[in-house]
Each structure stands twice: as C-alpha cells, then as structure tokens.
Design a protein around this ligand. Structure first.
Ligand code: LIP
Length: 268
C-alpha cells in the first residue's frame, strides 16, 4: 500500500498534468464554437474539455495504478481491488470555465479504505497547486498553509455557493440574506475545491455550501484540515450533499451555529 505522501505526489502530478490538458483544451474549445451540454439542469454545464480532461486522468491512473478504483464527475470510473480509490473533478468551476472567468481547478483526491489521505487542487488559470497528505500538512507549492486569521464572525469573509436546482437556489438565497448581516461579507467564487483551499491559505475565513458532490470537496477538505481548519457536515454527519463547512478553529462553531440559526444548514 503506498504511503499518504506517495499518493500526494501522484495526486499533484495528475492534477498538474490534467490542468495542462484543460488549459490547452480550452483554447481549442473556444476556437471550435465552444459547445456546451447540460446535465442535471439548464444551468449544470459540461463541455468536451471536462470529459477529455477526466479521460486523461482515468487513462493515467489505469497506466500507473491499475488496481485502484476511480470515481469521476463525468462518469469515468471503475471498481478497484487495491483499497485505493481516486475521486476526480476534472474541472471544478465549469461555469467559470465556460464564461472565461479565470477561477476553475482540477481536483484529485486519493482515498484509502474510504478515507481521504491525499489530495491536490490545481488552479488551471493561475497555475497554483494546493496539496496535502494526512499528517503531512497542507502546502501551496513549497509554502506551508497555516489557515485563517483570527477574527470574530462579524468580521469574517465567508465563501459559499449555490446549486444548479432552482428551488434549492431559492432556499439558499433566502438563507444567505439572513446570514449576510451577521458576517462581514460573502464570496461566491464558483469553485468549491478552490474555496476550501482558500480557507487553508487564509484567503477566506470560512466556507459553507450545500448540494456538493464528493469530487467537489474531497481534496479541498483534506487541504483545509491539514492547514488547521476543521471541516464539518450537517449536525454530526460527515461532509455530504447536505452540507460542507470549513473554517478556522475558533470560527467553526460560531459559523455552524449561525448556519443553523439562519436555516442555511437545512436547505438541501
Ligand atoms: C461547482 C462547485 C461550486 C458550486 C457549483 C458546482 P462543478 O462544481 O465547485 O462550488 O457552487 O454549483 O457544483 O459543477 O463546476 O464541478
């Protein structure tokens, strides 16, 4: 069984390589009329570049780790026999990718027996690569990530996001309106993976979102945790589509209490 550090090294290599596939692919995609398909709703977008990037990742894993399982957002996946499963989001922030907003990332996480032990998130546009392994700390390139500043909730800048389902967005918007006066500001950046890395890097004081899939948060949540920023799900649940929360250690409980008070933890 590879160590968490070895899995982290492979996650970084895969994320950086896939980011290059996505970067080159976007240029071709724009030149070729930039076709978009829709998945779960009219706003849930996917492109040929999402699929091509995931195919590259799946192909690399078949070559390098043939016994591992794979779960990919765009359907690339297989059962494994090694106890290692890779959780892939080829382009997290697809709407930003389509619009040309330079904020989208490749997210690669490795689970051992169901627990995420290594992960890497590569910002395609900026080229920043966030990484972590269980017990090995969180890093941006060669710089160790140490989490957020120490501010009270009323001075906190909190990241969030909204789902592709219209009625979920209605509930999320109403909860956000109740939450906003109690914090300094909200940021809706469009990539859950990068938002979790931004908490780890102290660029956000906290983050929460409902409606996410495992591939959105698997790597970023480990990076936040390893930077000293604990994560949580709804109530006593693990991270899930019901809720993902991350914040500095002194802010997490006040933020979770505010999410409950405003109903933001019960929208999904
Ligand atoms: C996106 C997330 C984002 C969320 C979007 C979408 P995708 O993932 O990163 O935080 O608000 O609704 O789920 O679809 O771009 O991989």
């Amino acid at each position: 069984m590879p160590t968490a550090g070895e899995l982290e090294q492979l996650a970084v290599s895969l994320a950086v390589g896939a980011a290059e596939v996505a970067r080159a692919g976007r240029a071709d995609w724009v030149a070729d009329a930039g076709e978009v398909e829709r998945k779960s709703s009219a706003t849930d977008l996917v492109t040929a570049v999402d699929r091509r990037t995931e195919q590259w990742l799946v192909g690399e894993l078949a070559r390098l780790r043939p016994g591992d399982g794979v779960l990919g957002e765009e359907g690339g996946g297989r059962e494994g026999t090694s106890g290692v499963r890779w959780v892939l989001d080829p382009i997290d922030g697809t709407v930003n990718f389509v619009l040309g907003i330079p904020h989208y990332a490749v997210s690669v996480a490795a689970e051992v027996d169901g627990a995420v032990v290594a992960g890497a998130v590569c910002d395609v546009a900026l080229g920043e690569t966030f990484r972590a392994s269980a017990g090995g700390g969180a890093w941006l390139g060669g710089s160790r990530l140490t989490g957020t500043r120490d501010v009270p909730l009323a001075q906190a800048v909190i990241g969030t996001g909204f789902g592709y389902d219209r009625e979920l967005r209605r509930r999320q918007g109403a909860a956000a309106a109740r939450l906003l006066p109690e914090i300094a500001d909200l940021r809706r950046l469009g990539s859950a993976a990068l938002a979790l890395c931004y908490v780890a890097a102290g660029r956000l004081d906290g983050y929460f979102e409902a409606g996410l899939n495992a591939w959105d948060h698997a790597a970023g949540a480990l990076i936040a945790t390893e930077a000293g920023c604990p994560t949580a799900g709804a109530g006593t649940e693990p991270l899930s589509a019901r809720l993902v929360v991350a914040a500095g250690p002194r802010l997490l409980d006040p933020l979770r209490q505010l999410l409950t008070a405003t109903g933001a933890d019960a929208v999904a």
